[in-house]
Write a protein that binds this ligand. Structure first.
Ligand code: HEM
Length: 413
C-alpha cells in the first residue's frame, strides 16, 4: 500500500500561500559567517554485537524489545558519559540530553531520525512504533525532512542543511511554541527570560518539595501523585507569573513528558522506583551546599537498568489522561495579564484501555491518532511536501499492521 503526500495536501485545507520564505535568510548567510561555526557533527557511537542493548541498530528498524538491560553496558566505553563538547546543542528534554551525553545520539546534539529511533528503543526500551511516533513528532515540529536531521537544542540550520540546499528554517527542539510550550516541569516559560530550555534549579527544588509532600520527606517519589499535583502547581504559578502565558490543548504533550519520570526513568534494577537519586541524575540536578539545585550533564544513575517491558503509546496517553483528570485545568491564554479561556475542552477517556502485548505499540486508535496528529502538524512545517514525503516513508510500514485510516490520506495500489 502506498500513500500519497499530494493526496493529503489536496484533501486537507492547507494554506499553501503561507509558506515561510525559507530560502531568504540563508541566501544571505555568506561563507564567512558560516565559517565561524565549526562543524562539530560526529555520528552516534555505533552499536556492536558485544553490547546490543535492546537490539535496535542504526537502521530505523525495530529492536527486540527485550529490556532490563544495564545502560550504559559495563565496558561499552563508546557509550559512557562525556560532557557535551564545546558548541554542542542541548535543550529542554532531559531524555534526549541524556542520550546525547552518552553518544546514543551524536554528542554534538545534531541527530538523525535513525539515531533517535534506535536510541529511544535501546536506552529507554520504548516500543518501536512509539519510538517512531515520538521521533516523527519531534521532526514535524522542529526537524529537517530533507537531511533527516534534528537539533536537540536550538536552531542549527547551518549544520542540518548544506550550503545551497537549505530547505527550511527549522527551530530545533528548543524552539518555543512548537513542541516546547509553557508550563513545563523544570524549564521557565519563554516569556520570563527567553530561555525555556535550561534546567531551572528553583523549579527542580519545588518539584522535590511537592514529591516530599505526596510521599515522604526522607524518600520523595516522583510518581503519579507527585506529578499530577506538581503540574497543577506549575499551571497555577504560570497563570499568575506569566502575563503572556499560552496554554493550548497541545500542552497535553507536557503531561506526556511528566509521565516519563515514572514510566521511563526508573531503574528496573531498583524495582522501578522514581526516587530522587534517579530523577535528579536524569535531570542533571545536583544539590549545592546552600540547598539550592545546580546543573551538570544529564545521565542515568549508576547501575541503571532500563524497563523490562517496552513503554508503549498507551502508557503515555493513559498517563496524560489520568494526570489531566486528577486536576483538570482550562486551556487559554493570558493576554497582557488577562486570562482568555480557549474554546477548547478535553475529556480524558477513562484509562481503561488494556495494555497490549509487548511490542504492539498500544492500541490501534492511539497509534493511528498519533500519526494523524503528525500528518496534520507536518502541513504547517516550512516544507510541507518534503515533510509529508518523509513522514510517509517512515510511517507507512509502521502503520501498516494497524490499518490506519488517516482522513485525507488516500492509498494507491
Ligand atoms: C523516552 C524518551 C523521552 C524521555 C524520557 C523524555 C523526557 C522528557 C521530560 C522528563 C521532559 C520534561 C522536562 C521539563 O518539563 O522540565 C521532556 C520535555 C521535552 N521533551 Fe522529551 N523525552 C523523551 C523523548 C522526546 C523526544 C523523542 C522528543 C522530540 C524529538 C522530545 C522533546 C521534548 C520537548 C520539546 C520537551 C519540552 C516540553 C516542554 O516542557 O515544553 N522528548 N522530555
Amino acid at each position: 500500500m502506498r500513500f500519497s503526500a499530494l493526496a493529503i495536501l489536496a484533501a486537507v485545507p492547507l494554506a499553501v500561500d503561507a509558506y515561510p520564505q525559507y530560502a531568504k535568510r540563508y541566501a544571505s548567510l555568506n561563507a564567512e559567517k558560516r565559517g565561524k561555526y565549526p562543524i562539530l557533527r560526529r555520528a552516534a557511537a555505533p552499536y556492536s554485537d558485544q553490547y546490543p542493548y535492546t537490539g535496535a541498530k542504526l537502521d530505523g528498524q525495530a529492536g527486540t524489545g527485550k529490556g532490563g538491560v544495564q545502560v550504559p553496558a559495563p565496558g561499552d566505553t563508546d557509550h559512557y558519559y562525556q560532557d557535551p563538547p564545546p558548541g554542542a546543542f542541548r535543550g529542554p528534554c532531559p531524555g534526549l540530553n541524556t542520550l546525547a551525553n552518552h553518544g546514543f545520539l551524536s554528542r554534538d546534539g545534531i541527530t538523525t531520525y535513525t539515531e533517535m529511533v534506535a536510541g529511544l528503543q535501546n536506552v529507554y526500551n520504548v516500543d518501536f512504533a512509539t519510538a517512531v511516533v515520538l521521533t516523527l513528532l519531534g521532526f514535524v515540529f522542529d526537524g529537517d525532512p530533507v537531511s533527516q536531521m534534528l537539533s536537540i537544542g536550538g536552531e542549527a540550520v547551518d549544520r542540518t542543511g548544506q550550503h545551497g540546499n537549505f530547505t527550511g528554517e527549522y527551530g530545533g527542539v528548543s524552539q518555543h511554541g512548537t513542541f516546547e510550550l509553557d508550563v513545563s516541569l523544570t524549564r521557565n516559560d519563554f516569556y520570563l527570560n527567553g530561555d525555556a530550555y535550561s534546567l531551572n534549579g528553583t523549579l527542580f527544588g519545588l518539584m522535590v518539595e511537592t514529591a516530599k509532600n505526596t510521599s515522604t520527606a526522607e524518600n520523595p517519589l516522583f510518581d503519579f501523585n507527585a506529578m499530577a499535583l506538581y503540574r497543577l502547581q506549575q499551571y497555577q504559578r504560570a497563570r499568575v507569573e506569566n502575563p503572556w502565558l499560552y496554554v493550548p490543548q497541545l500542552v497535553l504533550h507536557n503531561y506526556g513528558a511528566a509521565t516519563f519520570l515514572y514510566e521511563a526513568f526508573p531503574s528496573s534494577a531498583k524495582n522501578n522506583t522514581p526516587d530522587l537519586e534517579t530523577i535528579s541524575s536524569f535531570f542533571g540536578a545536583v544539590q549545592l551546599e546552600d540547598g539550592t539545585w545546580g546543573h551538570v550533564g544529564e545521565r542515568p544513575p549508576p547501575n541503571w537498568h532500563n524497563r523490562v517491558i517496552p513503554m508503549n503509546l498507551a502508557d503515555v496517553t493513559n498517563g496524560i489522561d489520568a494526570l489531566y483528570a486528577a486536576y483538570p485545568v482550562d486551556f487559554g491564554a493570558n493576554v497582557n495579564g488577562v486570562w482568555i479561556p480557549a474554546n477548547q475542552s478535553y475529556t480524558p477517556s477513562t484509562p481503561s484501555r488494556k495494555r497490549q502485548a509487548s511490542g504492539s505499540g498500544g492500541d490501534t486508535n492511539l497509534i493511528c491518532g498519533a500519526f494523524q496528529e503528525i500528518f496534520i502538524t507536518a502541513q504547517n512545517s516550512p516544507q510541507p511536501y518534503a515533510m509529508l514525503e518523509f513522514i510517509l516513508e517512515k510511517a507507512t510500514p509502521v502503520m501498516a499492521p494497524y490499518n490506519c485510516s488517516i482522513p485525507g490520506l488516500t492509498s494507491s495500489s
